[in-house]
Write a protein that binds this ligand. Structure first.
Ligand code: RBV
Length: 425
């Protein structure tokens, strides 16, 4: 492990060149973030501000970190999941002088050690994916909140938790719900999760998807993306849900809907995308067919109850990278991918750069808005803030332009018609 006190801890600095190549590759697919970097690296609005982030250390995150740095920020970073760090990217960032504490395969104690190192020096801004950093500040280092201007949260479950905290009056500073921007959730969560989840399943199994009974637990944005892409590859998609309207949508989009008890008996591949704990548990594992493949794509590793699987198993071994076989007492074998951690990041490279481009443009703008509010005496009361809807359209417009696509604009008459409440048949 390469370690420099007060500066970085990564797997191996020798991987830096490979990491640099990965980031350069991602950058060619992230024109919106590149545009923001070009625009704001002139004026360096983040000069004098320390941004502490806790988000998957991927090639795309590397591009975001270097964008903040190019715009003047002092950046300190840790990964937000023990199995999602790309060691090559982490090494390249350390060599580039970024304070980074992240390596693939860390344990829980090391995970929090890394977060603690990033706040040894007090941050002005926090950037989260899954809220572990902001909870660390609130639970163990509350004094830091006095000088923190604000923060942001990247993912659905993190935003849920922070909204609950704000409703309880427990939030100490304002946080942008980046997940809730349309140019985030309607792309990253759907198409990003859809593709990267299948990517993780294929890398760790290489099975044929066509003709398989493919069970998706949860038909939110992420589950919908996974179901859509699995169907596109010829799988027979089965959806399990607890919310009636979500189940109806799944049905009308052509998927079969049933309970997990029913699905357990016929499913061949299972993916959880619910944000809920124990979605697949002992009694379901006991009903499964020999050879069933199980994984999770939700942020936290609570959706599969692997403890209960272990209790009805007599043996376990790794059969491929990110693929663990459990032999059950009844003789059946069940294959669990990435130990139940988010399969798209643990067994593949996370969402493709093209969608992260928009997610991270929203992150960048959230932090820019926070320092602008700070400098102009704006409202920085503790609350969850949504990004302005105009920003969504602005980011969407840049993305379209960089894709070489043009769209129509309304004529003056059409604009007038839009707000003409007297118009009728
Ligand atoms: N996610 N990041 C990547 N390639 O950097 N891939 C996925 C990447 C984020 C995504 O925005 C989602 O909200 C979150 O990971 C779940 O932890």
């Amino acid at each position: 492990m390469d370690h420099k006190e007060g500066s970085y801890k990564v797997r191996d600095l020798g991987l830096a060149d490979a990491g640099r190549l990965r980031m350069e590759w991602a950058e060619t697919r992230m024109p919106v973030l590149k545009r923001l970097r070009e625009e704001f690296s002139q004026t360096k609005p983040f000069e004098g501000y320390r941004i502490t982030g806790c988000l998957h250390v991927t090639k795309e995150t590397g591009v975001l970190i270097e964008t903040f740095a190019a715009c003047g920020a002092e950046v300190a970073w840790s990964g937000c999941n023990p199995l999602s760090t790309n060691d090559e990217v982490a090494a390249a960032l350390a060599v580039a002088g970024i304070e980074i504490y992240a390596w693939y395969g860390m344990n829980t104690e090391e995970f929090y050690w890394c977060i603690d190192r990033t706040i040894d020096k007090p941050p002005h801004l926090t950037l989260d994916d899954g809220a572990d950093l902001i909870f660390t500040v609130h639970n163990r280092h509350r004094h830091l909140a006095d000088t923190i201007i604000g923060g942001s949260e990247e993912t659905t479950t993190g935003v849920h938790r922070l909204r609950a905290m704000a409703d309880d009056g427990k939030l100490l500073y304002p946080v942008y719900a980046v997940n809730d921007a349309e140019t985030k959730w309607d792309f990253d969560n759907v198409y990003g999760t859809g593709q990267s989840t299948l990517d993780g399943i294929l890398r760790s199994t290489s099975v044929l998807l066509a003709g398989k009974n493919f069970v998706v637990a949860g038909y939110g944005h992420c589950g919908r993306g996974v179901a859509m892409r699995a169907a596109g590859m010829g799988a027979n998609v089965i959806v399990t849900e607890v919310k009636p309207t979500a189940a109806l949508k799944a049905t009308l989009e052509g998927h079969r809907v049933m309970t997990m008890d029913q699905a357990a008996e016929i499913g061949q591949i299972f993916v959880t995308a619910t944000g809920m704990r124990d979605v697949i548990r002992g009694r379901h594992f006991a009903k499964m067919q020999d050879g069933a493949i199980i994984c999770n794509t939700g942020h936290y590793d609570v959706e599969l109850n692997l403890q209960e699987l272990a209790e009805i198993s007599s043996d376990t071994r790794m059969v491929r990278p990110d693929n663990r076989e459990y032999t059950l007492d009844n003789g059946n074998r069940i294959f669990v991918l990435a130990d139940g951690r988010l399969v798209n990041l643990a067994a593949a490279e996370g969402h493709p750069s093209e969608v992260m481009d928009m997610s991270f443009a929203n992150q960048f703008m959230a932090h820019l808005n926070l320092i602008r509010a700070h400098e102009s005496g704006g409202d920085l009361s503790p609350r969850i803030i949504d990004l302005p809807v105009e920003l969504d359209q602005h980011i969407g417009a840049i993305k379209l332009e960089t894709m070489g696509l043009s769209i129509d604009s309304l004529t003056e008459e059409q604009v007038a018609y839009e707000s003409d409440y007297a118009a009728g048949t």
